[in-house]
Design a protein. Structure first.
Length: 112
């Protein structure tokens, strides 16, 4: 049973089994690879929530400690690492804390 993911208004925490589903069903998806103990990751949470509500992009978080293989697959060697997917393909990677405007600009650059 498919879940309509693109219309969500909040950040989606994901595991290995669902990442392909989300990125394939979303025109634009911003994925944050994080750890619970990462202070910068914790500071990113409210920014990601705001972006999830205000943009058409799916905003996804993946705990790299629980999903190490997925993190390795997408080159997330530090936290936070952001990967922007467009039409199911990774197009941009950013490492470290980001400000809200830079993430919004990145999403806008690849959105219709």
């Amino acid at each position: 049973m498919a879940t309509q993911i693109a219309t969500t208004d909040s950040v989606i925490p994901l595991g290995d089994d669902k990442i392909e589903t989300v990125i394939e069903n979303s025109d634009v998806a911003l994925v944050e690879f994080y750890t619970e103990w990462c202070g910068t990751c914790q500071r990113m949470k409210p920014i990601l929530e705001t972006i999830a509500v205000d943009t058409d992009a799916a905003v996804v978080t993946i705990d790299i400690e629980s999903h190490l293989e997925t993190a390795i697959e997408f080159g997330a060697q530090s936290t936070p690492t952001f990967v922007l997917f467009v039409d199911g393909q990774p197009v941009k990677q950013l490492r470290g804390g980001q400000n809200e405007q830079s993430l919004r600009d990145l999403i806008a650059r690849y959105s219709d």
